[in-house]
Ligand binder design. Sequence first.
Ligand code: HEM
Length: 176
Amino acid sequence: MADMSNSAGQAMKRMAIGIAALVVLTALLFLAAPDGFYSWAKAIHVIAVISWMAGMLYLPRLFVYHVDAEKGSVQSETFKVMERRLLRAIINPAMIVSWVFGLWLAWKGFGFQGGWLHAKIAAVLLLSGLHGYLAGAVRKFAEDKNEKPARHWRIVNEIPTLLMIVIVVLVVVKPF
Ligand code: HEM
């Protein structure tokens, strides 16, 4: 238990350092190039989105393999560590940065107007809901309480792919 809270404390510390570094980088970029800042913000947004998606595609894949590992086995315990670290170190911070910069772009560039933007935000809300569901599943796997079969996680694995295709078409093509 002490080990768990210690690792949670370290994760919080790393997250705080990461956020502080991003705030400093953003401020420097803004001061160095106020006119080009929109493009820099978009670049940071896309980098965060790629990291978020990478994690969202990998996590259910880990669950597919985790289901087959015997409860209490070394393999199962290793999956728990991989899932927890992926969620805390990559997926959670990447989602926060995607939202912060995405909302800023939506306000600065479009005043929150546009059918494509509203549809995109709706699709990203669905993606964020899935994020919450996967975070809950990480907790269940950690307590050896997952009841869902590998087939379920294989199907869940396809949802972020579909949402990502919809989101990218909406923001790049802006069809309405
Ligand atoms: C978290 C909520 C999000 C909001 C509010 C948001 C909003 C925006 C806005 C306003 C832009 C600028 C569009 C332009 O300048 O033409 C943008 C760019 C972009 N977003 Fe998002 N976004 C979000 C999440 C996502 C996600 C989850 C993905 C991918 C799965 C994504 C992919 C992209 C891409 C690829 C671009 C660059 C488009 C281009 O330059 O043509 N965004 N986003």
